[in-house]
Design a protein around this ligand. Structure first.
Ligand SMILES: Cc1cc2nc3c(=O)[nH]c(=O)nc-3n(C[C@H](O)[C@H](O)[C@H](O)COP(=O)(O)OP(=O)(O)OC[C@H]3O[C@@H](n4cnc5c(N)ncnc54)[C@H](O)[C@@H]3O)c2cc1C
Length: 495
């Protein structure tokens, strides 16, 4: 009889692992507390507009990179148009200096020379790094490993060590140009510059230069739903509106889960839900690993978000899709603890499926570590919570009116999510949107998927993959399924 695998959480990681296990004949069930697949990889609809939460860039979005093969196996990219933009971001500071981050390295070099004529040495190192990463590939599957790839990997190692070990703040300060220095200090938002590794930028721009780090038309939810469809096609079952309370452990083995007071038994349990909840609630703090203890005690997470979605009754043709510009009047919120002086906004102007004809969906992100403020405000003063959401949306709209023009009068839908919303829908610790920040410390640590003293259990998700993101969901889900196949002496196959 097929062995039964119970997966907690139907986010990208749970879906990917589940799909590969279902392909290999496991009786695989996903228990998801929300009524949709995807977790944070999601969208929501309001009055004809679709607002996207997640995918700004999908590594391996187009052929030529090993990750693309994984997305293909998962059924996530077939028939889906990918937008591989020429411009990643248009940035502007308070003084009106602009910096366009082109995805073509040579264009980017010229743009950086314009801003930092005295910085040619570091600019050339930066561009050289991007070009190297554009040629580099991560072997997402064993089948894609080749002598050539291994050679490239060895070649890029010194860059890995150099940029991986350098905090983005330190990198920023290498520029004499105040504009470039400011940009790189600004890129990840609140207070993370001294710790966040520079490596992520090279991966992102490198894969963009290779035209394999795009946005999937239709957005994040469609991407997740496509994987869910592959999961179901292979016999997997998903139970929505099923919140798992506890993992049942007997004689040091995970043997089931408790959902809505009901006991469900299985041969393996995988938690692809929030890491803190898994260890401290579902496992009641009885099992952990010293590396997780350190991480939850000491590591920095990605922030949470106030997320403003706007439906606009106009088009934004022939314009970039992402902007970051200095606010004329910085926003002060969270009882004075958070000042926001930069507006980061995305226009879904290249994806007609996100808005009614002639209109545009847009989203603006405000990073915050003040999740408690939002949780408490919602609990203790609902009307002030609503008023604060409105005030922030009004601020974004006013700033966009000044920046774009012809904006305010075109707003016909406003939707504001807060850290409280993220916690409510996904349970993510502190409302973090992507788990652990890729710092020098976290990047050097391999968080285990197995916990000492607990058999037949795996923890898998953005909380076990520092830096989070979708690539480790696909690659790691495949690896995890291979590991379980090996234990069960099943030859791993992809259908
Ligand atoms: C704004 C934003 C932008 C991003 N941009 C990108 C990008 O451009 N590129 C990229 O690669 N990545 C991006 N990411 C990151 C990426 O989306 C995440 O790292 C990844 O989707 C996390 O997947 P996960 O399955 O680990 O977690 P989640 O998506 O949080 O899924 C966990 C699931 O578990 C469920 N769950 C929790 N508790 C329980 C319970 N008790 N019982 C049952 N179910 C439970 C939750 O409802 C959720 O569905 C972005 C994320 C956000 C939010």
């Amino acid at each position: 009889m097929a062995k039964k695998v119970l997966i907690i959480g139907g986010g990208a990681y749970g879906l990917a692992a589940g799909t590969y296990l279902a392909m290999n004949g496991f009786d695989t069930e996903i228990y998801e507390m929300h009524n949709l697949p995807g977790g944070v990889c999601t969208c929501w609809s309001r009055k004809g507009y679709t607002f996207d939460f997640c995918i700004h860039w999908l590594m391996g979005s187009s052929p030529g990179k090993s990750l693309y093969n994984v997305w293909t196996e998962l059924g996530a990219v077939q028939g889906r148009k990918m937008i591989e933009s020429d411009i990643y971001l248009k940035w502007e500071n308070r003084e009106g200096d602009t910096y366009t981050i082109y995805t073509d390295p040579e264009k980017l070099r010229q743009e950086m020379y314009r801003l930092g004529p005295d910085d040619k040495r570091i600019i050339n190192q930066f561009i050289k790094g991007i070009i190297a990463f554009s040629k580099f590939d991560i072997p997402a599957r064993k089948e894609d490993e080749s002598f050539g790839l291994m050679f490239k990997m060895m070649g890029i190692m010194p860059k890995f060590i150099k940029w991986g070990g350098m905090a983005i703040g330190k990198f920023a300060n290498k520029f004499k140009s105040p504009v470039l220095r400011q940009f790189f200090n600004d890129i990840y938002g609140v207070g993370a510059m001294e710790e966040t590794s520079s490596l992520g930028i090279f991966f992102m721009l490198g894969f963009m230069a290779a035209k394999s780090n795009g946005y999937p038309v239709g957005g994040s939810l469609k991407f997740a739903q496509a994987i869910e469809a592959t999961f179901r096609k292979n016999g997997g079952k998903v139970f929505y509106n099923h919140k798992v309370d506890r993992i049942i452990v007997e004689d040091g083995r995970a043997v089931g889960i408790i959902v809505n007071g009901k006991e469900i038994r299985g041969d393996y349990v995988i938690s692809a839900a929030d890491g803190y909840t898994t260890l401290n609630k579902m496992l009641e703090g009885k099992y952990s690993h010293p590396k997780y203890d350190t991480a939850f005690r000491e590591w920095k997470t990605f922030p949470s978000l106030v997320y403003v979605s706007l439906g606009l009754a106009r088009k934004f043709e022939n314009m970039p899709s992402s902007f970051s510009f200095a606010a004329k009047n910085p926003l002060v919120t969270e009882d004075g603890k958070l000042t926001v002086s930069q507006v980061f906004i995305r226009l879904f102007n290249t994806d007609d499926s996100m808005a009614p004809a002639g209109k545009t969906a847009s989203t603006a992100m405000i990073s915050t570590f003040g999740y408690e403020y939002w949780v408490n405000l919602k609990k203790n003063d609902k009307s002030k919570y609503e008023a604060e959401k409105k005030r922030i949306a009004d601020w974004i709209i006013d700033e966009c009116e000044r920046y774009f023009g012809d904006f305010k009068s075109k707003v016909e839908v406003v939707d504001v999510a807060t850290p409280d919303t993220i916690i409510r829908y996904t349970g993510n610790w502190h409302g973090s949107y992507e788990g652990w920040l890729p710092t020098r410390k976290s990047m050097m640590t391999n968080l285990p998927s197995k916990l000492p003293g607990l058999e037949n259990f795996y923890i898998f998700g953005q909380w076990s993959s520092p830096g989070g993101g979708l690539p480790p969901a696909g690659m790691g889900g495949r690896k995890l399924a291979q590991e379980i196949c090996k234990r069960e002496k099943i030859r791993f196959t992809v259908k």
